[in-house]
Design a protein around this ligand. Sequence first.
Ligand SMILES: *[C@@H]1O[C@H](CO)[C@@H](O)[C@H](O)[C@H]1NC(C)=O
Ligand SMILES: *[C@@H]1O[C@H](CO)[C@@H](O)[C@H](O)[C@H]1NC(C)=O
Ligand SMILES: *[C@@H]1O[C@H](CO)[C@@H](O)[C@H](O)[C@H]1NC(C)=O
Ligand SMILES: *[C@@H]1O[C@H](CO)[C@@H](O)[C@H](O)[C@H]1NC(C)=O
Ligand SMILES: *[C@@H]1O[C@H](CO)[C@@H](O)[C@H](O)[C@H]1NC(C)=O
Ligand SMILES: *[C@@H]1O[C@H](CO)[C@@H](O)[C@H](O)[C@H]1NC(C)=O
Ligand SMILES: *[C@@H]1O[C@H](CO)[C@@H](O)[C@H](O)[C@H]1NC(C)=O
Ligand SMILES: *[C@@H]1O[C@H](CO)[C@@H](O)[C@H](O)[C@H]1NC(C)=O
Ligand SMILES: *[C@@H]1O[C@H](CO)[C@@H](O)[C@H](O)[C@H]1NC(C)=O
Length: 379
Amino acid sequence: MVHFSKVAVVAAALAGSAIAHPGEHHDLDDIKQQVKARDQMASVAKRSLNNCPSSLKHRELTARAVARRSTIAKDLREKRGIQTKAKKFRRDLATLEAYEAVNHNMTGVYHYTPATPEATIFSANTSCILSPEVTDGPYYILGELVRKNVTEGQPGIPLYLEAQYIDITTCLPVPELYVDIWNCNATGYYSGVVANGNEVGWDSTFLRGVQPTDEEGVASFETIFPGHYEGRAIHTHLLVHDNVTVMDNGTFQGGAVTHIGQLFWNEELRSAAEAVYPYTTNTQAITSNAEDMWSIVQAENDFDPFPEYMYLGDSIEDGLLAWIQIGVNVTADYTDDDYYSVAATLQADGGHENTESPFTRGGDMGNGTAPGNGTAPPS
Ligand SMILES: *[C@@H]1O[C@H](CO)[C@@H](O)[C@H](O)[C@H]1NC(C)=O
Ligand SMILES: *[C@@H]1O[C@H](CO)[C@@H](O)[C@H](O)[C@H]1NC(C)=O
Ligand SMILES: *[C@@H]1O[C@H](CO)[C@@H](O)[C@H](O)[C@H]1NC(C)=O
Ligand SMILES: *[C@@H]1O[C@H](CO)[C@@H](O)[C@H](O)[C@H]1NC(C)=O
Ligand SMILES: *[C@@H]1O[C@H](CO)[C@@H](O)[C@H](O)[C@H]1NC(C)=O
Ligand SMILES: *[C@@H]1O[C@H](CO)[C@@H](O)[C@H](O)[C@H]1NC(C)=O
Ligand SMILES: *[C@@H]1O[C@H](CO)[C@@H](O)[C@H](O)[C@H]1NC(C)=O
Ligand SMILES: *[C@@H]1O[C@H](CO)[C@@H](O)[C@H](O)[C@H]1NC(C)=O
Ligand SMILES: *[C@@H]1O[C@H](CO)[C@@H](O)[C@H](O)[C@H]1NC(C)=O
């Protein structure tokens, strides 16, 4: 839901919200406890979602989603003049469960042929619960521009990402959510922040933007496949606001934080992407999914943060289409959650540092495998 207003709302968004990050004052036991709580929450949401496939409306939604993704794939291929066959990789449920519970063995990645029915290729189970208990990290910027194409000329593998938000109680899509996306560039740098090892500048906005969900609960972005940086597995942030006020300049203010999540990308895809220039010029150390402290190491079957994806052409350089369905609890508000932290706010005259955030200038970024030092790793 969204409110439109001609009246400028005072930028009070920061004032009331918790800017603390768990690493700031929590220890490893705390983190473990929170991971447990996260899994429990995912479990509850999953049970709720399990009822969805039996609903006619949900089956209709799934059919529409399949048709839409198929059309998007065709359109993107045409637009990019790709003639060669598309490749689709996916995981079957058994493999997913096996490697989510144990490790991230990608042996069960399948290659689909053009004869494979569309529904097999383009469906996605609404089992993808990005837990709200996953931190938004130290690099979230409030007030980003509402725009679909966030690349700003950053070189890298084009990634067309479709996130569909489903109400876990009604199994229906949730329109008018405002979804923030952000990730680092091909060599591991975030725009919009000045932090140890990431002195990029407060005024930059590359690879950040906001899209509202449509009637189908879908927000889609044109971005690039993220690179990696020391201490974290490759990931993409998605943060959802509800009940916002849209300003004249297209940005939004206020509202509730309905969902905080991170998408992870499987190791096979990461290696394929990072074999391509300019990812190859990245000299930072790699952290695998299994090593990542925020990741799915602890993930149970209820928690699937990997999007489905396909190569648009023969080569990964032709670009990727990726999609995920995310269950959200529309009555929840994580504004005061420990894991909601804001590094800066973008305003008409540029980015303004949130000086209370411990993760920006001078902040210790840790190494990502343990919060040991009383600080959390960058996210
Ligand atoms: C990965 O899975 C395959 C079969 O699915 C198995 O043969 C192989 O040993 C596994 N490797 C690891 C490292 O788990
Ligand atoms: C969805 O789950 C069912 C089993 O619950 C499985 O057979 C099917 O392959 C899954 N579909 C996708 C796209 O993962
Ligand atoms: C997105 O914007 C960039 C410029 O930043 C442009 O080069 C690219 O073609 C755009 N992508 C699409 C799919 O239009
Ligand atoms: C990523 O961003 C940093 C900081 O702006 C820049 O120095 C670097 O060249 C960018 N990476 C690529 C591959 O363009
Ligand atoms: C958003 O607004 C609707 C209608 O006013 C309300 O029912 C809902 O609880 C609000 N959501 C949150 C998370 O506050
Ligand atoms: C949804 O959020 C509300 C408000 O925080 C909470 O009371 C409820 O238990 C949540 N529902 C589920 C299924 O997690
Ligand atoms: C958009 O407008 C609001 C309200 O006037 C203002 O606070 C904000 O700084 C503006 N943002 C940008 C990026 O121009
Ligand atoms: C803890 O943080 C301080 C200040 O950033 C740093 O100098 C020190 O090396 C860190 N210690 C460990 C064990 O990471
Ligand atoms: C990360 O830091 C922790 C504690 O500060 C340390 O035990 C661990 O060895 C470090 N890992 C790496 C890869 O540096």
